[in-house]
Design a protein around this ligand. Structure first.
Ligand code: C5P
Length: 312
């Protein structure tokens, strides 16, 4: 009889995301807003390596140009919270030494921390042999943050509720993105607060969006794999408050849109700006034009898979 040795290190990977459509409804009693969003997972990944240890610890490294100084390595780190939640839920008594290698911008509105949490849940479940199963991992994901379930499932999906109630959406082909990263991150709660304040100030003029819905044209464009059609439908209610907090983003949008982008959008709560390009050649050209403006730029394609174990 052969026995299978327990793994000593587990390597997992989860993607960042772009909200190609994000409508924000009213603030709920739990402090969250009702959302209707269309997520696309893109080819910027967070890699997590997990090893057995007595305590739960985390170390963080990153691709060149990604500043990890703002990432906490104590109990505030979402990966540490993910490991702790799985241990508490399953009664597992040991720990884990986590190493995160980031390529998703920190505090950039692309769900990097959420990807860390999703990859960590999967890594710890595999390393510890807790075997809780996909449905339970998804349920735990939702307790860690609104975007974590999507980092787990990946692909293309519509998110409602806080953004954590997912239904898969059909998508064809590959979309080409060019991402302009910002030097300074934006705090997600602050961007939502800015939106609320704006809506309060203009309460008389703005119709309350009680039940936000994803625009049908966006879903059709994703289904058809049609970049020009998707460009027409890109929408983000958090864009105006993000621009208010970082006015320079308006110039970044302008530079991209006048250099061949089909359209540009602030990603999630920002400040990363995502430009949609017609094809790989247009994406390369756009990257060059943005770099000439001294912006830090990376390319990505989507949709890509969600959290998975990587065989090294
Ligand atoms: O769930 P997550 O930790 O990513 O959310 C960060 C913050 O963003 C929340 O504390 C809340 O202020 C805001 N948020 C919101 N409505 C959502 C998602 C996030 O107000 N649907």
């Amino acid at each position: 009889m052969t026995s299978v040795a327990a793994p000593t290190v587990v390597h997992t990977r989860a993607p960042g995301k772009i909200n190609v459509f994000l409508a924000v409804g009213d603030l709920q009693d739990d402090g969250y807003h009702e959302l209707a969003t269309a997520y696309q997972a893109v080819s910027l990944y967070e890699d997590v390596r997990a090893r057995h240890a007595d305590e739960i610890t985390v170390e963080v490294s990153a691709a060149p140009g990604i500043d990890v100084r703002g990432v906490p390595t104590d109990d505030r780190n979402l990966a540490v919270r993910a490991a702790r939640l799985l241990a508490e839920t399953t009664g597992y008594r040991g720990g884990v030494a986590l190493h995160i290698d980031k390529t998703v911008p920190v505090a950039g509105g692309m769900g990097g921390g959420s990807a860390d949490a999703a990859a960590t849940l999967l890594a710890c479940d595999t390393l510890w042999g807790t075997g809780v199963g996909r449905d339970e991992l998804l349920r735990l994901s939702a307790q860690l943050g609104a975007d974590v379930p999507f980092a787990f499932t990946g692909g293309t999906a519509v998110g409602t509720g806080r953004g954590d109630e997912l239904s898969p959406a059909l998508a064809k082909g590959q979309f080409q993105w060019v991402l302009a990263l910002a030097d300074v991150g934006l705090s997600t709660p602050q961007v939502y607060r800015e939106l609320d304040e704006h809506r309060r100030r203009h309460a008389g003029e703005i119709r309350s969006v009680r039940q936000p819905v994803v625009d049908n044209g966006v879903l059709q464009a994703l289904r058809a794999g049609d970049a020009a059609f998707l460009a027409d439908g890109l929408h983000n209610d958090l864009q105006a408050p993000a621009l208010h907090l970082q006015p320079r983003l308006a110039e970044v949008l302008e530079v991209g849109e006048s250099n061949g982008a089909l359209a540009g959008i602030v990603s999630g709560s920002g400040p990363t700006v995502a430009f949609l390009a017609a094809d790989p050649d247009a994406a390369l050209e756009l990257r060059g034009a943005l770099r000439a403006e001294r912006l830090q730029v990376v390319r990505a394609t989507g949709p890509v898979h969600g959290a998975r174990v990587v065989a090294d």
